[in-house]
Structures are given as C-alpha cells and as structure tokens.
Design a protein around this ligand. Structure first.
Ligand code: SAH
Ligand code: SF4
Ligand code: F3S
Length: 455
C-alpha cells in the first residue's frame, strides 16, 4: 500500500497546487468517524480539504443505508453532480460507506450514474491509495466492495471535524440481525479493537485537549467478546475512566440484551462516564420485539431502567423507536407509548419502518397502512413532548455540568449539553465554547433548559 501512496503523492505533487477534496458523511457517528479517516488518508496522499463542493477536485459521499429515505437522498445528490462533472471532466466522484457496500446499489450506479468514478464499501479504507491511483491513471469506474477479512486496520490518521468532542470506535460490525436492519449486511461481523489501541487513542485525544470522548459501536456493550483475550465493556469503561485528564465519556449504542447489572454499575461508579444512556427500545410490545429479533422483553428492559434509577434517580435515558414494523397494530403501538410514559426519555429518535432489501422483515406482507403509521408518528411526538418536559422540570433550580460547544441564536448566548445529554443555553460575556461550566437552571422548555452560569 505504501507503494501506491508514493505513486499517488508523486502524481499529485506534480500539480501547481494541491487538489481539493470535499467529503460529506451521512448516517451514524461510526460513519462520521470513517469519513474522518478517509479525509486523513486523502490528506496523506496530497489532497487538501474544502467545504465547498463546487470548487473540489474530488467529491465523496460517505453514505448510510439504514432507511430508504437516506438512500434516495444520495441518489438525488449524485444526480445533481452530473452538471459539475460536465463542466469539469477531471472531477472525481466517489460513493462509499454502507449504501455502497450493497451489490444492487453498485449495479444501479453503473447503469444510471455514469458520472461516478469510485465506489467503495465499509471494508476498503486501507485500499484507498490503490483505488485513487487507479482512478487517476485509468479514468474508469473503480469498485471495491470486497468484505476484507476481519482485521481492524489501526493507525489510520483522522482529520477530525470537532475540536471539543470526538468519537472513538471500539468495535465494528454487528451480529444481532434484528429482522428490519441492514447494518449487519453492510458492516459485517462484530469485531473489537484491542483495548491497548483504544486507550492509546483516547489518551492522545485527551492530551490534545478533547473534553468529551464518545465510544462508538453498533453494540458497544457486546465489546470484547471476539478478542484473543476477551474483556467486557464494563472493564473497558473502567480502564478508560482511569486515564488522567479533564474529560467525560459517553458511548453509543448499547443493546438492552447485553445491559447487565455490572454494566450499569460501571457507569454509576466511573466518575468520568455521563449518567445518560441511549438505550434503543424499538418497540414496547413483546410480540413486535420478538418479530424484530431483539432478544429482550419490555420487562427485562424496564429492569435495567429501574436498576439504573435506583442507583441514580436522575439517570437520563434516550431511545430509538420504530413505528409501523410490518403488521404492527394500534394495540402494539400503544404499548410503546406506555413505556415512553414510564421511562420519561429526555429524547426519542423515532423512525417509520423502512423496508430494506435482504432483511428478514422485508419478506413479510405488511397489512398496516402508511396512513396509520403517519398518524401514530404524530401521536408519539406529542407524547414525547409531554414526557420530556415532565422529566426536564426536575432540573429547575438545580446546577448542571454543561460542556458548551456552539454559539446560541442571540448574541452572547451559548449552547451545550449537560451530562444528562440535555441541551442547555446560557448567556456569557466571554466566549465559552469548549469549556465546561456549572449552570443553575432557571427555565425549562420542551426541548431544552436555560440557565445562569455560576462558575
Ligand atoms: N445498532 C444500533 C442502531 C443502529 S441503526 C442499535 O441497535 O441500537 C439506528 C436506528 O435506526 C435503530 O435503532 C432503529 O431504530 C433505526 N432503524 C434501523 N433499521 C431501520 C429500518 N429498517 N426502518 C426504520 N428504522 C430503522
Ligand atoms: Fe441493526 Fe440490531 Fe445490529 Fe442495531 S443491533 S445495528 S438495530 S441489527
Ligand atoms: Fe447508516 Fe451505516 Fe450507520 S447504515 S446508521 S451509516 S452503520
């Protein structure tokens, strides 16, 4: 691979100025993290980075396949690039990530979107120098969606988007095969990074001044099972918590079936780990959970919530919910609302079920109408507004730790996230982006809190 790296560097350094690459990542944090590595590799090859696609010499869309909408959006964007390519035939257009990992997508691109030069899947990061070399020298469509063996490539440089918070993948792939989900097909089998490599990366980031590290994986609390010397996610959390420095730890996403008492204990006992859990419920109906192959019941799910809140009453939860799984009834859906009311999530990410070719659920003849699903979605959003503001009220008058990361809508206002992962706004005469502050909460909105900085 070094060979190809040298070859590309030689070609690009012969240009008057470095060519520019524009990359956009769609989908989850894991995909964003892959995108940062792709930019790192391209920078090594001699590309500069631009935020303006129209002036770029290379445009890469790092795609998501989780719902049909995500894919339709990408097809639309690729279609729009046709004009840019006509004006600049030297432009290189690349499509990568989860959507690109699917055979039928590659076929469609070959047939309909002839402006595309490069298609590579989620396993091909290390092959990028070779692919870029081939595109530069042969100018014909290059495709690599091979499922390379399960070795996790280490040491790939990353150009990170953010200077305050960042993600560190701890595991890749998924073995769960929830019946609706495409991820196991496009990301391959579950594999974990060695703890040493993770600890080294977190330490470097903390030394570089990062204030929040998000551990990433499709099923983080299944971490470590495939290692030569297996360790648990809870053990990993405790090891990361022991790294010295001023930073907090979050992770995404854990799976309820792997959420043990020991896992909650580790969160509670590690001072750097935020007391917030994004715990995807998907459905509050045991019948639907079974059809989804989620491998837990509502009762088991509630045990985790109750145990966490028995240790820390303010423990906050967010979740993912799928509305309208094939043949879901209104009775099933109402069970989901019941769980929402019991847990009082501070945030719910709700999605209408989307049929994914190749998954088990795609074979079910769905009798539930799209109209009903839309109606239920509106009802769910209404319930969510009620329960989140009810949960938020408990924070009025209290002091929360907030990491500020952006400017607010008005002058001298800033927004950030509390440890509970709630948006908090506050006013400050000095710039506080990147700083953690104690904020006394004075106002409660449906979606956020407002307060005064006390130090
Ligand atoms: N591994 C994570 C989430 C992966 S995808 C987990 O298990 O929680 C993120 C979310 O997208 C899922 O939690 C689910 O709510 C939603 N999702 C996945 N496939 C979907 C589909 N076919 N239709 C609608 N939503 C889907
Ligand atoms: Fe998809 Fe289920 Fe794996 Fe999450 S756990 S990525 S929902 S198969
Ligand atoms: Fe989408 Fe792939 Fe993530 S399908 S949600 S980008 S793992």
């Amino acid at each position: 691979m070094t060979d190809y790296k040298n070859k590309v560097q030689k070609i690009l350094s012969a240009r008057i100025s470095p060519p520019l690459c524009y990359l956009h990542s769609f989908g989850c944090q894991q995909n964003v993290s892959d995108g940062e590595k792709i930019l790192g590799l391209l920078t090594e090859l001699g590309y500069g980075i631009t935020n303006d696609a129209t002036s770029a010499d290379m445009i890469i869309y790092n795609t998501c396949a989780v719902r049909e909408n995500a894919e339709l959006k990408i097809y639309g964007l690729i279609g729009n690039l046709k004009h840019l390519k006509e004006n600049n035939p030297e432009l290189i257009i690349g499509i990568c990530g989860c959507m690109a990992q699917q055979e039928h997508v590659v076929e469609k691109i070959k047939k309909t979107y002839k402006q595309v030069d490069l298609v590579f899947g989620t396993f091909a990061l290390n092959e990028l120098p070779k692919l870029v070399y081939n595109v530069l020298t042969e100018r014909k469509l290059m495709v690599d969606i091979t499922e390379y063996n399960n070795e996790i490539p280490e040491g790939i440089p990353a150009v990170r988007n953010d200077k305050i918070k960042t993600g560190v993948p701890i595991m890749y792939g998924c073995n769960n095969f929830c019946s609706y989900c495409i991820v196991p097909y496009v990301r391959g089998r579950e594999r974990s990074r060695k703890p040493g490599a993770i600890l080294k990366e977190v330490k470097e980031l903390v030394d570089a001044g990062y204030k929040e590290i998000m551990l990433l994986g499709q099923n983080v609390n299944s971490y470590g099972k495939t290692l030569e010397n297996p360790i648990t996610f809870s053990e990993l959390l405790r090891m990361i918590n022991n790294i010295e420095g001023d930073f907090k730890i979050r992770f995404m996403s854990p799976h309820p079936k792997d959420a043990t008492k020991e896992f909650i204990d580790a969160i509670v006992e590690c001072d750097k780990v935020c007391k917030h859990l994004h715990l995807p419920l998907q459905s509050g109906s045991n019948r639907i959970l079974d059809e989804m192959n989620r491998r837990y019941t509502v009762e088991k799910y509630m045990e985790i919530i109750d145990y966490a809140r028995s240790r820390i009453p303010d423990f906050s939860f967010s979740t993912d919910i799928i509305i309208g799984f094939p043949n879901e009834t209104y009775e099933d859906f109402k069970c989901t609302l019941d769980v929402m009311r019991k847990v009082k999530y501070d945030n719910v990410f709700s999605f209408i079920y989307s049929k994914r070719t190749g998954t088990k659920a795609a074979l079910i003849d769905d009798k539930t109408s799209a109209e009903d699903k839309g109606k239920w979605m509106r009802e769910l959003l209404e319930v969510q507004r009620e329960v989140s503001s009810e949960f938020f009220k408990r924070f009025e008058g209290r002091v929360l730790d907030v990491l500020f990361d952006s400017e607010g809508k008005n002058d001298n206002w800033y927004t950030g996230k509390s440890d509970e992962f709630i948006i908090v706004e506050a006013k400050s005469d000095e710039i506080i982006i990147g700083q953690r502050k104690k904020v006394k909460i004075t106002k409660v909105f449906n979606w956020a809190l407002q307060g005064e900085i006390i130090n």
